[in-house]
Design a protein around this ligand. Structure first.
Ligand code: AMP
Length: 424
C-alpha cells in the first residue's frame, strides 16, 4: 500500500472543517490590524535560506528538503516563512512602492526534515506576520501582542518569554564572553554544541541535548551586555507590552534558532505541561532585508505553529453546523430531489442529496451513518402532491412541506443550527 510520506499528514472531514474555520478567524483578526496576505512559492533557490536563515543553523544544515531541478538549479522547499517574504518584499520594490510600515501575513505549509513525533512534522503549517520599515520597540510590542490576541481568541493558556539578543554593536563582545565561558566546559557539551562554540555559540543557551542552562547558573547573559541603544529598546519593549496588557517573563535563554534576529526575541509556550508546547516565536531582524540585497529596512515578525494551535483549541470552540440529507424513494422522485437540491444550494445550510433511489429503511440507515440531523424524503406520494417529508433524526418528529417552501424549511433548520457560517 502506498501511504503518505513520513511526517506528512492528510486533513479531511471534521478536522478539515475546523482547520478552515481556524484559518478564517486568524485572517479576520489580522485583517482588522491592516495586515495583507503574502503567498510565496513553496520552493525557493537554496541560496535564499543559506543567506537568510544562516548556514550554521540546524534548519539549513540538517533539516532542509532540497533537490536539483532539471536544469541543475539547487532548490529548497521552504523551511520557514520570513526569508521568502523578505525576498518578495525586495523583489517587488515594496519599500519604494508602498507606505511603510508595511504589514504582511502568511498562512502556509513549511518543510523540515526532522524526526517526526506528536506536534513535530515534516510538513507543517505556520501563520506568521512580518512588519517592515519600523524599528520601534512599540512595533515589537504590537507584533507580540498580535500573537497573543490570536491565542486569546482561541482561549489558549500561554506564557510569553522575551529577551534581547542585542545588535551588531554589542553582540560580538557578548559572543566572545560565551565562547570563553564554554571553552573550559567542552567535555560536558554534546557534539553539536562542541561545534557550535565556534560557529553559533548563542545556540548553546537553548540546546535541549546537553542543556547547559540547567547545569550552570553563572552563564553570561546578553541582557547584562547590551549597548545603551539596545538596552533602551528592551526597556521600551517591556513598557509597551505592559500597555498592551501582555504579561511576559524576561528569559535570557531565548535566543531563537535562526541567525537573523537582532534585539527583541520572544517565544510563546502553551501551559499544557507537555513537550512540544512552543507555539510561536519570533523577533526583530533589522539586518535581514539588507543582507538579502534589499534597502536597509528594519523589520519584526513571528511564526506560529498551526498544528500546535489546532491541538490547543478546545473541542467545543467550534460546533459543527447541522447536517441534513435528501433521499428519493423511487425513480420518479429523483428529478424532484434534484430541484430541491438546487433550491437548498442558495441557502446557508449544510445539505447533501443522495440521488440513488432507495427504500425508506435504507435511507434512514444512511442518514444516520453520515450524522445527518434531518432527512428529507421524496416518495411516490410526495411526487404526486409536490411535497417533501422532513424528519428530525433525533426526535423522530416528521413534518410535510411543499417542495418549494424552502424558506420555511431553512428557517426550521436554522432553529436547530449550531454555529453555521452564513454566506455574507
Ligand atoms: P520556529 O521558527 O522554528 O520557532 O517555529 C515557530 C513555530 O512553528 C514553533 O513554535 C512551532 O509551534 C512550529 N513548528 C516549528 N517546527 C515545527 C514542526 N516540525 N512541526 C510542527 N510545528 C512546528
Amino acid at each position: 500500500m502506498i501511504t503518505a510520506v513520513k511526517g506528512m499528514n492528510d486533513l479531511f472531514g471534521k478536522r478539515a472543517r475546523r482547520w478552515g474555520r481556524m484559518e478564517e478567524d486568524i485572517k479576520l483578526l489580522v485583517g482588522n490590524a491592516n495586515f495583507t496576505e503574502f503567498r510565496t512559492p513553496i520552493v525557493e533557490e537554496i541560496a535564499l535560506f543559506k543567506r537568510g536563515v544562516g548556514e550554521t543553523t540546524d534548519v539549513v544544515q540538517k533539516e532542509m528538503y532540497d533537490f536539483l531541478d532539471k536544469k541543475g538549479r539547487h532548490i529548497a522547499m521552504r523551511p520557514e516563512g520570513t526569508a521568502s517574504v523578505v525576498r518578495a518584499f525586495i523583489e517587488h520594490g515594496i519599500a519604494m512602492n508602498e507606505p511603510l510600515p508595511f504589514k504582511a501575513f502568511y498562512i502556509a505549509p513549511f518543510f523540515r526534515y526532522e524526526r517526526p513525533q506528536k506536534g513535530r512534522y515534516r510538513q507543517f503549517h505556520q501563520f506568521g506576520i512580518e512588519i517592515f520599515g519600523d524599528d520601534s520597540a512599540q512595533m515589537d510590542a504590537e507584533m507580540i501582542f498580535t500573537a497573543c490576541r490570536v491565542l486569546d481568541h482561541f482561549k489558549v493558556n500561554f506564557e510569553v518569554h522575551v529577551n534581547s539578543i542585542g545588535c551588531k554593536e554589542c553582540r560580538p563582545a557578548y559572543r566572545e564572553k560565551l565562547v570563553e565561558y564554554f571553552s573550559s566546559k567542552k567535555e560536558h557539551l554534546c557534539d553539536d554544541c562542541k561545534t557550535r562554540i565556534n560557529t553559533n555559540p548563542l545556540r548553546l543557551l537553548d540546546c535541549k541535548t546537553c542543556d547547559p542552562k540547567s547545569k550552570y547558573k553563572d552563564i553570561p547573559v546578553m541582557t547584562d551586555h547590551l549597548c545603551s541603544a539596545c538596552d533602551d529598546h528592551f526597556k521600551q519593549l517591556q513598557k509597551s507590552l505592559a500597555i498592551f496588557h501582555v504579561p511576559y517573563i524576561i528569559d535570557p535563554f531565548i535566543v531563537r534558532g535562526l541567525d537573523y534576529y537582532t534585539r527583541t526575541a520572544f517565544e510563546i509556550s502553551a501551559n499544557t505541561g507537555g513537550s512540544q508546547n512552543a507555539v510561536a516565536g519570533g523577533g526583530r531582524y533589522d539586518n535581514l532585508v539588507a543582507d538579502i540585497g534589499g534597502p536597509d529596512t528594519p523589520a519584526t515578525g513571528f511564526a506560529m505553529g498551526l498544528e500546535r494551535l489546532f491541538d490547543l483549541i478546545s473541542e467545543d470552540f467550534y460546533s459543527e453546523p447541522v447536517l441534513s440529507a435528501g433521499y428519493a424513494l423511487c425513480d420518479e422522485a429523483v428529478d424532484d430531489l434534484v430541484h430541491f437540491a438546487k433550491h437548498m444550494s442558495h441557502h446557508p445550510v449544510r445539505f447533501f442529496a443522495d440521488y440513488k433511489p432507495k427504500k425508506f429503511k435504507k435511507a434512514l440507515q444512511k442518514a444516520d451513518k453520515t450524522g445527518a440531523e434531518f432527512m428529507f424524503i421524496i416518495g411516490e406520494d410526495e411526487v404526486k402532491e409536490k411535497k417533501i417529508l422532513m424528519k428530525n433524526m433525533k426526535t423522530g418528529e416528521q413534518k410535510v412541506y411543499g417542495q418549494h417552501e424552502v424558506m420555511l424549511i431553512v428557517r426550521d433548520l436554522l432553529n436547530h443550527e449550531s454555529g453555521i457560517v452564513r454566506p455574507s
